[in-house]
Design a protein around this ligand. Sequence first.
Ligand code: IPD
Ligand code: CA
Ligand code: CA
Length: 262
Amino acid sequence: MKLNSANINVMIKACRKASKILIRDFGEIENLQVSLKGPGDFVSAADKKVEKILIEELQKARPDYSILSEEIGLIDNDKSFKWIIDPIDGTANFLHGIPHFAISIGLEHDKEIICGIIYDPIKDEMFVAEKGNGSYLNNQRMRVSSRSKLKDCMIFTGGPKITSENKELSLKEYNNFSSTVLVPIRKLGSAALDMAYVAAGRCDGFWQRNLNYWDIAAGIILVKESGGFVTDFDGENDYIQNKTILVTNSKINKEMIEVLNK
Ligand code: IPD
Ligand code: CA
Ligand code: CA
């Protein structure tokens, strides 16, 4: 089984094309690490190149859809359909030669994400989901994990950034989870892949403050179609507006909310 609706095929094609540039540029990073200038400018150029290819491909297939993309912002066309793009999620990993980053594209219809793709070009792992049709990793059906006790779970988070408001709150939450789970909390550096890993059952739960819509858009549908929960820290639906996202399998949502509200 696999997903093969027209929109999914458009997204896969765009990702495959853009990932060629991404893989090639990632191969250059090692050389740039040792140069005096460093890879900073090169990486922001890679980000823009990938974004350009994604937008060209998506616009070719769906000229009327709106686009919200991290680097260029909003292209305001059709009010009901919108692509939400993060050309490289995990830029700091990319910049440091760490092979853990992804392209992320979500498709919003009437304010709801209906399709999502998160593609890790280095591991060649493509996570895709479509509303009502399930979620897949390289054409294999995905399911969230079934662990039910938070203490036995693998939990991910990210941040806080140096500039983050609420830094103290994030650290308090980190501290509370650290005192609850046996396996130390992971910070892998790509929120999109964090969510894809919850969808795939590799990780049981993920929480983070201050993420942007493009970081999480595709992940939302992946997790939901895998049978997981996406909520804010109170178990409500306002995670995009509140910028507090909690992503879990179907068993530990309540327990994670309790820890977040300690
Ligand atoms: C970042 C990653 C990271 C998260 C940051 C994001 P970027 O996105 O998702 O995991 O902790 O908050 O900004 O900058 O690599 O696209
Ligand atoms: Ca991002
Ligand atoms: Ca990015």
